[in-house]
Design a protein around this ligand. Structure first.
Ligand code: C2E
Ligand code: MG
Ligand code: MG
Length: 725
């Protein structure tokens, strides 16, 4: 049969889905490919259709009422007549890897996730259609061959008679054919059988021309043939019963299905069907499902599968130690944008090689995300080995990598989970490895962190805080407390610092417990805007109600994110206008670390604040690394000495630091506020160092609004007519 004839055959494909729409979609997609799509609305209907067709492929929905796709597949596999039909699961649920593996157990050759790419469906289906057509052709040739062999079997003469027919069949056969003779030795091993006849397909399979094969023994042609082939042929020769055997022939690097017959006394006919292409197609499908195409490493699905196995081993074996490393490349993302995607891909391939260089044969290395890698280290002697491996990886990554004339260096943040660990699912373990990795990354890159349960608690806490912070503004749960600041020389009130609190039921949550989360999520911008507005409203009211001293100010803390807002100055202007507060009464506090992050752009911003008339104070001064050159250029008013120096002024170096800060500030024309004064001794020290102002528990804790009012009433009462006129 010619190829053209074969191509005309319509091939039956069965689609099983309980949704008529899906079946319609599939028939629309596959109609053009010379395919006869037979549809079934349930597993039962599918099973009924099977005996009536010769299906090349079954496209099977997984979720169906009655009998689901997996069960239907198992039934198909259980029937000898239908077990060979390839099944592709079409599923929307396969992100749950368990279902994928269940599908493979049930005999799926592949799966497609809904919604799927139409081209992928078409090309996958085409592979099976082609394979089916080939198989049909082989069957037809095989049937003709069988007929010939039957004739041969009737008489030895027939062998010569039908040789001409046999010969023409030979040359056109897809299958390889060999006729071997063994002189009165049906029990002899295959290697002593001599080749009497051979067809062109068999020449191709044996990769040698006919002249080199005829008259040779099988042992001479295939000296390293695996024992199981010999056993199989010997069995057929002895029993006279035809049989089939499928296996890998290493010497020929081929998967073969051999059908053996005994056509006459001391003869054996071997028909070889080359299955290598099919096996390769299956392997490619396997690779596509379980391999990362860029690096050739295992993908996340395979990684989770292997992890599951490692967890299972550690459940069965006492003291089985393993470890999971989760790596995230530090600063990989700019590579794609600056050097291009091709360079990014090359970097990832090199990184994959370097990581694999550290792993041992029994370990699994996988690419789990764009620039994330996972390692399972098995059979560890102790947990220290895992940490050493992590450090070796970072050492390997740190080697310079030449890329388009740039010398690149990489590090990875590594999270480690040590097994045995009590997890039900591999996904949970991987998630914790990811958490540890994030902690490592927060330390600044190139670091390794081992997972601890506290990390998960922290992450869960962060999640709840973030969720409730979202609602806190709407529910008006924030409060401002005001901590007074005093002039150290005359003990007069110099102002207040507004400090935010979060009222959760009857508890006041301090800022350090939620400001960092608000910073991370960006919620600090609206929260900070609220605090600013509230503090200005309050101070404007005080201005009206009390005789505030000329230098009196209200200090408001601004976070880095707020300060980076492009409309900061406009926003401040509006707040001052709306509240009616005199600009010089407002003192913005920003931390030293923030200021020094990008001092050049800071100068600009600070200048516009000064033009506005507001004052600026550098908070927590002494904890960052201020450059004197910049400090000189910053248009600021105050340095706030960090509490850590004030709390231990007895330590000589702290005393020196504070003295230096004060004199530096005075030289620059700035005044100094000391934070955290708790004792009289500290106050006296600071006064002696000519520090202008102080703030701390010695004077007062931060006060709620009513208590701040009381203090103002005492310190700055309005003379003359009653307050509030
Ligand atoms: P900060 O700006 O340095 O504020 C001073 C902190 O020191 C306050 O803590 C205050 O209660 C505390 N403190 C004052 N005197 C003493 C003392 O004598 N001893 C001790 N041990 N502590 C003292 P608080 O209110 O918990 O605020 C912590 C930080 O939260 C503030 O540090 C500030 O950075 C931030 N913060 C507070 N309110 C806001 C706000 O509205 N916006 C922003 N972005 N940050 C804020
Ligand atoms: Mg402050
Ligand atoms: Mg401070």
């Amino acid at each position: 049969m010619s190829k053209a004839e074969l191509a005309l055959d319509a091939v039956d494909i069965l689609a099983v889905d309980d949704e008529p729409v899906n079946l319609l979609l599939l028939s629309g997609l596959l109609r053009r490919q010379g395919i006869n799509l037979v549809t079934a609305r349930s597993g039962f209907e599918a099973l009924k259709l099977l005996p009536r067709h010769d299906f090349a492929l079954i496209l099977m929905d997984v979720m169906m009422p009655g009998m689901d796709g997996f069960t239907t597949a198992e039934r198909i596999r259980a029937d000898e007549a239908t077990r060979h039909i390839p099944i592709i699961f079409v599923t929307a649920i396969s992100k749950e890897q368990r279902h994928v593996f269940k599908g493979y157990e049930a005999g799926a050759v592949d799966y497609l996730i809904k919604p799927f790419e139409h081209d992928i469906l078409k090309s996958k289906v085409q592979v099976f259609v082609d394979m089916h057509r080939q198989r049909q052709a082989l069957q037809r040739t095989g049937a003709a061959l069988e007929q010939t062999v039957a004739e041969l079997r009737t008489s030895a003469l027939a062998l010569t008679d039908s040789r001409a027919r046999f010969q023409s069949l030979f040359t056109s056969m897809f299958n390889g054919f060999t006729l071997c003779s063994g002189v009165d030795a049906p029990g002899r091993p295959l290697d002593q059988w001599r080749i009497e006849e051979i067809n062109p397909s068999m020449e191709q399979i044996l990769e040698r021309p006919r002249e080199e094969l005829l008259g040779r023994t099988m042992g001479e042609v295939l000296p390293d043939l695996e024992g199981y082939w010999s056993d199989f042929a010997g069995q057929v020769a002895r029993s006279g019963q035809p049989a089939q055997f499928e296996g890998y022939m290493a010497e020929l690097k081929r998967w073969l299905r051999i059908s053996a017959y005994v056509p006459g006394p001391n003869l054996i006919a071997l028909v070889a069907e080359d299955l290598t292409a099919r096996h390769q197609a299956e392997e490619t499908l396997h690779e596509r499902t379980f391999q990362d195409p860029l690096t050739g490493l295992a993908n996340r699905a395979l990684f989770l599968n292997r992890l599951d196995q490692a967890m299972e081993r550690s459940r069965r074996r006492l003291n089985y130690l393993y470890a999971v490393l989760f790596l995230d490349l530090d600063s990989f993302k700019p590579i794609n944008s600056s050097l291009g995607y091709a360079a990014g891909d090359q970097v990832l391939r090199t990184v994959a090689e370097r990581i694999q260089g550290v792993a041992r044969g029994l370990d699994t290395v996988a690419r789990c995300g764009p620039d994330e890698f996972g390692l399972i280290l098995e059979e560890l002697k102790n947990s220290g080995e895992a940490l050493r491996a992590a450090r070796r990886i970072n050492k390997a990554l740190a080697l310079p990598l030449e890329m388009n004339g740039h010398q690149l260096h990489f590090t990875a943040s590594v999270g480690v989970v040590l097994g045995p660990a009590d997890y039900a699912q591999p996904e949970e373990l991987l998630q914790d490895a990811g958490l540890a990795m994030e902690q490592a990354r927060a330390l600044g890159g190139g670091k390794v962190k081992v997972f601890k349960w506290a990390m998960r608690k922290r992450a869960q806490y962060a999640l709840t805080v973030n969720q409730s912070l979202h609602n806190a503004l709407e529910r008006k749960e924030f409060r401002l407390h005001y901590q007074p600041i005093f002039n150290l020389a005359g003990n007069t009130l110099a102002g207040f610092e507004a400090l935010i609190r979060w009222q959760v039921e009857d508890r006041l949550v301090p800022p350090n417990d939620f400001i960092p989360h608000a910073e991370q999520t960006g919620l600090i911008v609206p929260i900070g805007a609220w605090a600013l507005m509230q503090a200005c409203l309050q101070a404007a009211q005080w201005e009206r109600d009390f005789a505030l001293p000329k230098q009196f100010s209200i200090a408001v803390n601004l976070s880095a994110k707020q300060f980076a807002q492009p409309d900061l100055v406009r926003h401040l202007t509006r707040v001052l206008e709306e509240t009616g507060l005199a600009p010089e009464r407002l003192k913005i506090e920003i931390t030293e670390t923030l200021v020094m992050q990008n001092p050049e752009s800071m100068v600009q911003k600070l200048r516009s604040l000064r033009e506005l008339g507001a004052k600026v104070s550098i908070d927590d001064f002494g904890t960052g690394y201020s450059s004197l050159a910049y400090l000189q250029r910053f248009p600021i008013n105050t340095l706030k000495v960090d509490r850590s120096f004030v709390s231990d002024l007895d330590a000589f170096e702290n005393l020196v630091i504070v003295r230096t800060i004060v004199s530096l500030a005075h030289n620059l024309g700035l005044d100094v506020v000391a934070e955290g004064i708790e004792t009289e001794r500290q106050r006296a020290f600071l006064a002696e160092l000519t520090c202008e102002c102080g703030q701390g528990y010695l004077f007062s804790r931060p006060l709620p609004e009513d208590r701040a009012l009381e203090m103002l009433g005492v310190c700055c009462p309005k003379q003359g007519p009653a307050r509030g006129d």
